[in-house]
Every structure is written in C-alpha cells, then in structure tokens.
Design a protein around this ligand. Structure first.
Ligand SMILES: *Cc1c(COP(=O)(O)O)cnc(C)c1O
Length: 405
C-alpha cells in the first residue's frame, strides 16, 4: 500500500509538472436560462463548451417527461434488464433508435462509453472463423477512449490507421491475413479536430476487403442528416454500416448510449456482453425523456438548421477578429492556442474576468503544441453573446497570436 501511495504521489506530481492536472469547475446547469450556468457564489456564467448541442437538456418537453415519469415510475430502474429492469419505455426507445438509423434493432447501454467498450470487446472476443483466426481490427488513430477500451480489452490484432487516411487503411487491410475476420472502427464527427470521416469511402474499402464497419456517431446524432440520423444519414450510407453507435447524452440532452444494427448481431451482444447484462438498466425517467427527445429532434428540422447557422456565425466572427480558429467542417469551433499553460490561462481569465466558460483541451487529449479551446455554440447562443465572447478573447489573447484580419 505504501509503495502504491508513493506511486500515486509521483504520478500526480508529474501530471502537475506538465500542467495537465485536472481541476473541475463547478457550474450548475439550469433548465431555464441555458446556456447560462450558475457558479457556487450565484454569479452567472455563459457556457460555450456544453455537449448539450441542441439545448434539449432543459427543453420543457423533456423536463415534463422526467417529472411525469418520476411520479409514475420513481427514480431508479431497480434491476438489470434481465431482472425486472426492462420497462416498456426501454423497448420503445430501442425501437425508436433502430428506426432513426434505419436498422433492424437497437440496444441501450448505461452510457456511450459503455456501449463502445462493451460492444467492441464482445465482438472482438468472438472467433467467427475458428480459434486460429482472431479478429483484425482497424482503428482510426483519433478514436475515442471508449472504443480503445473495447479494442484493448479484446484478443483482436490491432491495426491503427492514420486519422481519416484511406490509403493507410487500405494498406493495412491488404496486409492483414485474408482469412481473418476484420472490423473497421471509426467516428463520423471527431470532436477534438472538428473534422468528419469519409464514411462512404471507408465502406467501399470494407466491401473490397470483406470487413465489418463500426461507426461512432456520438457527436453527430440528432444534428446531421435530414432526420438527425447522423453523418451516415446525411451521406446516404447508413445502410452500409454494420453497427452505428450513439449517445443520448449529447444532442439528445439526456443520458445513456446505444448501438443499432442487424437483429442477430445486436441480439448476440445483448445475450453475451457483460457490460450490458450485469448492470442496472437506465433509469426509466431517463429512458422516457430520451424517447421524447429523439422523437422531437427527428422532426425538428429547424433546430438542426439553427445549430449550423449559429456555428457559421461564430466562425465568421472569429475570422473577422483574426482569432486562429482551427478549420472545421462541423458544428464544433476549436481555437488554436498551442501551449498548455496559456490554454489554461485563457480559460481561467474568460471565467474570472468575463464570466464565460470554454474548456481548455490539453495533452494527452490532443498532441502537445495543438492545445486549444473548444467552442460549441448552439441554437440559444445569440449574436450578442458571440460579440461578447469575441471581445473577451481579443482582450485576452496576445495580438501576435492572432492572424491579420
Ligand atoms: C462522449 C463520447 C462518447 C461517450 O459517450 P457518453 O454517453 O458520454 O458516455 C463516446 N464516443 C465519443 C466519440 C465521445 O465523444
């Protein structure tokens, strides 16, 4: 125990020395008034970094759904899915999510992290081609920690392809044993780089090399595609993906994760994944609110349009002010800072002097030298709020770090 405590101290010291010790900023989310939050002393903070992309978390429809469900069903599920923890609302939500992605079946997990970790490790620990042929998994270099957790916790042979690099992916596919089962795991919108995968072209390679495809649409569901089915819906390729994974905790404003896919594949994961079986199911209150949210967001096309209009408005303002934003084809607006200490300082000063909050993104989330602040403007961020933000940033960020306007 002493040795371990010393190890903890040394590790924490080293994390502090590198300027990447994590401190949380307590901010109370408000159902009304979003994107303003409250600090413990009662002062208002304008938040620019929430993943509640469409501001659905405080939507009156969802708040009502939660209250109503709590009054009828109480707080917790009271069991795993197998042990009296399946409410009709869980089944309805799974059917709704399957429909959202045009798939045969859906399966809920307690979070998006768990859905990736459990689904990938379960698939990759199987031996469809016999005991001598472990899976070959092809994983984008910038995949989220939850996918990496599922892949590392398996017996698959791991091939990491350079981020969104089709040539590298193809070279790795070509080099892999022909008889091995293959799976390509990737995301649609990468939230740190704000870029988007060439999904159709990856599906072409999957066809050519007989690989399965697993797509994380966490930062796209609700927002991309005519009905919020994600980038795969926008690009008309959802039917080509074997598994589409998503979260209910970002644009849908609730909590929980899910996968959708072929009925038999989903049934296999339902029947064998420990991360699905041996844990209490999502609280019915949350499932009820999520169902209302998904149904609402699917048909609220104006809400999606507003998100992209707001993102474009912030990008234009940053450009006009010469703020070095990182090129983004998504709704996420990253601002390049380039130093961990400065990144923290800008975030701190935004909060303490200007009453605004944006998350500093430092190593190891991004490589050193690529430290950034990440802004996620949503439908409720007004022009006036954006002007206030740009004024604050130009006051804080030294002139030499800005581009000529
Ligand atoms: C946030 C995130 C997850 C995890 O989803 P949660 O519902 O928050 O657990 C999975 N994948 C990606 C890419 C994410 O950004």
């Amino acid at each position: 125990m002493n040795a371990f405590k010393q190890h903890c101290r040394r590790s924490l010291d080293s994390i502090r020395d590198q300027g990447r010790y994590r401190t949380f900023t307590p901010l109370q989310k408000r159902a009304d008034g979003f994107p303003y939050y409250l600090r413990p002393d009662g002062t208002r903070v304008l938040v620019w970094s929430a993943n509640d992309y469409l501001a659905m978390g405080g939507h009156p429809l969802l708040v009502d759904a939660v209250c109503e469900a709590a009054r009828t069903m109480g707080a917790g599920a009271g069991g795993t899915r197998n042990i009296s923890g399946t409410s009709p609302v869980h089944d309805d939500l799974e059917a709704e999510l399957a429909a959202l992605h045009g798939k045969q079946a859906g399966l809920l997990f307690t979070s998006g992290f768990v859905s990736n970790q459990a689904a990938l490790s379960t698939i990759l620990n199987s031996f469809p081609n016999g005991p001598d042929q472990p899976w070959q998994v092809f994983s984008d270099a910038k995949n989220h920690a939850s996918m990496i957790a599922g892949i590392k916790g398996s017996r698959a042979v791991v091939n990491i392809f350079r981020h969104n690099d089709l040539n590298h992916l193809e070279a790795l596919l070509r080099a892999a044993p022909a008889g091995a089962p293959k799976l390509i795991a990737f995301e649609s919108v990468y939230s740190m780089d704000a870029d988007i995968a060439p999904i159709g072209a990856i599906c072409d390679l999957a066809d050519e090399y007989d690989a399965m495809t697993y797509l994380d649409e966490v930062h796209a569901v609700g927002m991309y595609g005519p009905n919020g089915g994600g980038v795969s819906e926008r690009d008309g390729v959802a039917h080509r993906l074997d598994i589409i994974e998503g979260t209910l905790a970002k644009a849908f404003g609730c909590h929980g994760g899910y996968i959708t896919g072929d009925a038999e594949v989903v049934d296999f994961i339902r029947s064998t994944a420990p991360g699905f079986i041996f844990t209490t199911s999502l609280p019915p209150v949350i499932a009820a609110a999520a169902l209302v949210s998904v149904r609402h967001v699917r048909q609220d096309h104006a809400l999606r349009a507003k998100l992209f209009e707001r993102a474009a408005a912030l990008k234009a303002r940053f450009d006009l002010a010469g703020l070095p934003r990182i090129d983004s084809v998504s709704h996420i607006v990253p601002l390049h800072i380039g130093e961990a200490a400065l990144c923290k300082e800008v975030s701190q000063r935004l909060l303490n002097e200007f009453g605004m909050y944006a998350t500093p993104i430092n190593y190891p989330t991004v490589p050193r030298g690529e430290e950034r602040l990440r802004f996620t403007p949503g439908p409720l961020h007004t022009d006036a709020m954006m002007d206030e933000l740009v004024n604050a940033l130009t006051a804080i960020i030294p002139l030499e770090r800005r581009r000529a306007a």
